[in-house]
Ligand binder design. Sequence first.
Ligand SMILES: [Zn+2]
Ligand SMILES: [Zn+2]
Length: 361
Amino acid sequence: MTGKMKAQVFYEPEVMKMEQKDIPQIADNEVLVKVKSVGICGSDISYYYGHSPLDTANGKGPLVLGHEFSGEVVEVGGIPKSLGLFEVGDRVTCNPVQQCNSCERCSEGQFNLCSNPTVAGVNVDGAFAEYCKLSYTHVYKIPDTMSYDHAAVLEPLACATYGVKKLDVTPGDFVVVFGPGPIGIMMTQMIKASGAGKIAMVGIFDYPLSVALESGADYVINVADKSSKWYTDDVTAKIKELSGGKMASRVIVPTAAKQALQDALTVSGPASTIVYFGLPGPEDTIEVPALDTITSDKTIKFSWLAPLVWPTAIRCVGNGLMDLDKLITHKFSLEDTEVGIKFMKESPDDKLKGVVIVDAE
Ligand SMILES: [Zn+2]
Ligand SMILES: [Zn+2]
């Protein structure tokens, strides 16, 4: 397809411009998607403010950000066409992390560790634009019942799914989740659906904790705000009380907060599994009490990206296990992408997830 499109181009910290760009030209293995809805991710915010470099050759723009998106297929490359995989008009969600399939890690099936990934919105142009192209292997059809906004947040949901899979929930588990951000809320819903006995969510603001309470958490704990009715100054003692002295059998940490990284070790009990998921800074460390952890026979895992779980995430939404309406608290137009990014970072308003509606359904 030829012609021009509107795109939000990121140049340098706090400089993003709406421009006319050529519509991306697809290769034989690609699909062109007319973008409908794009999630504003924490990483978009940190690129925008210059808190982390882009993954481009020099770490800089110009680049179209936006990697969590859904849309409609408008052009199909030769390979997917000959395989009969897609037709113009298909409603799809998009996995932006396109592995090379030939490095050592890819050859062993560890696609999240690919050494040369092509990532829409991170090292090639992404979805804060009217059109975006992807390899046909990273485009998935969605059920008619799934809205484009829900399909846009499948990327973070897929990451959440991978973390929850690693948590290995057993029916009846006492689970502690640290961090009621969008990912933490998604995880709570999925952990509940996996058969957890009780779930306690630990956070620092009451609004997201109240959403966690509506999303399957049995208990919420505020460790920062002394005026909160859920406040405690000793989360370990609180979990001990709530678990009848047994402590948590599963703990997941979708936050990088230093205190949470440490508290995960003290709220977890014998034979527990801990999954670290949040993205800390390069200098951050976790101090593991060696003897207690060994003699408690704990398992500590880490979770990165979302290999081989997209179909699971899509099924969870398609089958009604997830309540994503609670998560999407703010919507912006493509013109207001920059306003949206700033709002999600700076506004004191109650908020969880913002999406940019590029083309309303
Ligand atoms: Zn993201
Ligand atoms: Zn690779």
